[in-house]
Design a protein around this ligand. Structure first.
Ligand code: ARG
Length: 456
């Protein structure tokens, strides 16, 4: 027998059709999950007395042998293996004969593929969670080691106000925590056993899906057979969560790329994580970060592909869905890879406190001056106008705030007194930002300690 479905056909299938429809090159990745599912399925068939213990044991031993061969890289795929399910079943029958022919009882490749995908994805999401925590830890370490660094915060890529570097780093820790919570949510919906719904309508054989869920480690069983083989929302949802992660990584990468330029000079990147130029000997390029930014574009495209794939498919299973794997696998792999390398690289970034501080313009204190006037009883709008005029004046006279005499200050507003000098430092600027969520060292220290506890 060459093809498991050949019984119904009189004509020999075209070679081209076999190649065109094969998914083996992509779904090979699911091999170990497929075997795990099949071993569970066999145990269930034995327990429900659908196959004999003798046959079942043979099947399980055969599957374990195939598993070892695959792990050692010794498994031989054949060009006639349509997909990973077929390859493993074909080999099983070669090894165990008639017993192996009983494995595909009370199941279809339609539920089998969803089972494989769910087992695979549960693994992936767990890895993602731990890699995100790793990255968060690295950021927290950097935040702690550079606690008193002050840098300009940016809006519109223009300097806005002084901010503590740890406050910046913890902003990413926050974003990544939300990413984790989304992944955990997706995991709950993923953790449902699809196996046992067979082709699309269930089976007349006395299977026990609850039992199968238990031995495969699922916390629930799907409730509708059509939905189970037809839906890929679990895949799209997880893929979307990964895309959001990649967007965060991409933005962080972009900041660090900019900061590593000669023009900024805020960071020194670890050489081990940079590459050189084939022509310009002096170059040390942030290619890893650029590729993370690049891959974040690819994953957006692939997510779009996944969604488009499902739009308009009639219920229930359609072969179109086979395309889901190459899209989804790429998204998950890019995310895993990027998280891992970025955490390693972040550990080696050197933040240059001196340069960061040196590059802050005194004009970033303008809002502090405006708030100073508010505290003296001036309305904020009025105070904004006054400070605007002071900035204008300084620009025209080529002066810094700290170079203005008390008479010059008073010229703009009589409410200003000598104590204006007290607020004209970057340290005092961050110190007074004590509002909830602000950048005062007091608050940032508390947040840092909170994260250290959470990420322990
Ligand atoms: N390779 C298929 C997929 O990924 C497995 C299910 C095939 N089912 C079928 N009836 N041809 O979707």
């Amino acid at each position: 027998m060459k093809y498991m479905w050949e019984g119904r056909f009189k004509e020999k299938t075209e070679e081209d059709v076999i190649n065109f429809t094969s998914s083996l090159a992509v779904d090979k990745k699911l091999a170990l999950y497929d075997i795990e599912g099949s071993i569970g399925h066999t145990k269930m068939l034995i327990k429900c007395r659908i196959i004999s213990r003798k046959d079942g044991d043979k099947v399980i031993a055969g599957l374990n042998k195939i598993k070892t061969d695959i792990e050692k890289g010794e498994f031989k795929f054949k060009s006639s293996d349509e997909d990973i399910h077929t390859a493993i079943e074909r080999r099983l029958i070669e090894i165990t004969g008639k017993a192996g022919e009983r494995l595909h009882t009370a199941r279809s490749r339609n539920d089998q593929i969803v089972l494989d995908e769910r087992l695979y994805l549960k693994d992936v999401l767990r890895q993602i969670l731990s890699l995100i925590s790793n990255l968060q830890k690295k950021m927290v370490e950097k935040a702690e080691a550079n606690f008193y660094s002050i840098m300009p915060a940016y809006t519109h890529m223009q300097q806005s106000q002084p901010v503590l570097l740890p406050h910046y780093l913890l902003s990413y820790v926050e974003m990544l925590e939300r990413d984790k919570s989304r992944i955990k949510e997706a995991y709950k919906r993923l953790d449902i056993l699809p196996a046992g719904v067979c082709a699309c309508c269930g089976t007349s054989l006395p299977i026990d899906r609850e039992y199968l869920a238990k031995i495969l480690g699922f916390s629930g069983v799907s409730r509708n057979s059509l939905d189970t083989v037809a839906s890929r929302d679990f895949l799209i949802e997880s893929a979307f969560d990964c895309v959001l992660i990649m967007l965060n990584l991409s933005r962080f990468s972009e900041d660090i790329i900019l900061w590593s330029t000669y023009e900024f000079g805020f960071v020194e990147l670890p050489e081990k994580f940079c590459t050189g130029s084939s022509i310009m000997p002096q170059k040390k390029n942030p290619d890893v970060l650029e590729l993370i930014r690049g891959k974040s574009a690819s994953v957006i495209g692939m997510l779009t592909g996944l969604m488009a794939l499902m739009k308009g498919l009639p219920l229930s299973y359609n072969r179109d869905m086979q395309e889901d794997k190459r899209l989804a696998f790429s998204i998950f792999e890019d995310t895993l890879y990027s998280l891992d390398i970025l955490a390693k690289m972040t550990g080696g970034i050197r933040f240059r406190k001196d340069v960061m501080k040196e590059k802050i313009s005194q004009f970033t204190l303008a809002t502090d001056i405006a708030e100073y006037l508010v505290k003296k009883g001036v309305s904020f709008r009025e105070s904004h106008r006054i400070c605007g005029a002071i900035v204008r004046y300084c620009l025209e006279k080529n002066k810094k705030f700290s170079e203005l005499s008390i008479n010059e200050w008073k010229f703009f507003c009589t409410a200003i007194s000598k104590d204006i000098k007290d607020i004209l430092s970057f340290e005092s600027s961050v110190k007074v930002k004590k509002s909830y969520g602000g950048t005062s060292p007091e608050i940032v220290r508390k947040e840092l300690n909170r994260w250290k506890k959470i990420l322990k």
